[in-house]
Write a protein that binds this ligand. Structure first.
Ligand code: G3P
Ligand code: CA
Length: 317
């Protein structure tokens, strides 16, 4: 030891260096449970969301649609055939916007199958299509009973284009539920545990105007340089297909201050999780949260756990 350094000074220097290293470590990219842990259980059921939570997902992702009587429910497809047993109920309408919430509760939720989703027949009997209210109740109860925060990343699934009456009513129902007094202020944005999303630019702009929560513009193709200023004016981040998220794409979105989440990963191509994490995406939508978490640890050992604080939101004039 140099004579001019006391052991106390040396210890202080080591501590400061370690602290600086810890502070500069990258925050873990998000593991977003796409339709819940839909690799293993029927998508958009409470059981699939609960499994994702048990596996350690940072966020769960409900796609939302409105029933005929105006209840926001977690479902991806307007047509009920692929993910419910509507075929066994020939007298009922087969589209979600034509069926009442009560009628919907009489249907069994099932998996669409395929390599990226749970096999047909997976899960117990009696799985239902949950309302968005039930999903938020689950997260609030989890937080109240354990202190754990799991984020929610709801998507306005549009019928038709733009801010038509259906899409606006759905966006309003989603925002009203997030702000419902029984949730306290859990979903008000202070903790960074809510991200809104839509493929429709008019809906994204509407959500931005109506709410202070962060909003993601979904875009199957990585937005071009020409498209980015308009997107950056209405959104905080972009969700794009994993195959689109090359270095150029990430660079130009980041340069505009946008974060980047990619969809949709699964056990059909498990190593893609690690590839995306190494490439520097800010989060992945995955059907297999357990695979994503294992690959995140492998790809980014020592990355900092998420801090549940409100992100700086883009200024929108
Ligand atoms: O919302 C991100 C990702 O889920 C988009 O694809 O069709 O599964 O909603 P989709
Ligand atoms: Ca979605």
């Amino acid at each position: 030891m140099p004579s001019h350094l006391s052991s106390l000074t040396l210890a202080l220097l080591v501590a400061l260096t370690c602290n600086a290293a810890a502070q500069s470590a990258r925050e873990r990219p998000l593991v977003i449970a796409h339709r819940g842990a839909s690799q293993y259980l029927p998508e958009h059921t409470m059981e699939a969301y609960r499994l994702a939570i048990r596996q350690g997902a940072d966020f769960i992702e409900p796609d939302l649609l409105l029933t005929a009587d105006g209840i926001a429910v977690a479902r991806h497809d307007r047509a009920l055939g692929a993910t419910t047993n509507i075929a066994s109920h020939p007298t009922l309408p087969s589209n979600i916007d034509q069926i009442t919430f009560r009628q919907l509760q009489g249907l069994q939720a099932i998996s669409r199958g395929g390599a990226a989703y749970a096999p047909p027949g997976a899960g117990p009997a009696g799985l239902r299509v949950p309302s968005f209210a039930e999903v938020l109740d689950e997260l609030r109860t989890l937080h109240a009973s354990t202190g754990r925060i799991v984020g929610v990343y709801p998507e306005v699934k549009t019928i038709g284009q733009g801010l038509n009456s259906y899409n606006r009513a759905l966006a309003d129902a989603m925002l009203a539920e997030l702000a419902h007094p029984r949730h306290g202020r859990l979903f008000d944005g202070r903790r960074g545990n809510v991200i809104l999303q839509s493929f429709d630019g008019e809906v994204v702009a509407y959500l931005s105007r109506q709410s202070s929560l962060p909003v993601v513009q979904l875009s199957p193709q990585c937005p071009t340089r020409a498209d980015i200023p308009a997107i950056a004016a209405r959104a905080d981040g972009v969700g794009t297909q994993a195959a689109q998220a090359d270095a150029d794409c990430l660079q130009r979105l980041r340069a505009a201050g946008l974060f980047v989440h990619v969809y949709t990963l699964s056990n059909a191509n498990p190593d893609l999780h690690a590839t995306m994490f190494r490439n520097g995406v800010n989060g992945v939508f995955t059907n297999a949260p357990d695979t994503a978490i294992a690959q995140r640890e492998q790809a980014l050992p020592g990355a900092r756990p998420r801090e549940w604080v409100a992100p700086a939101r883009r200024r929108r004039d």
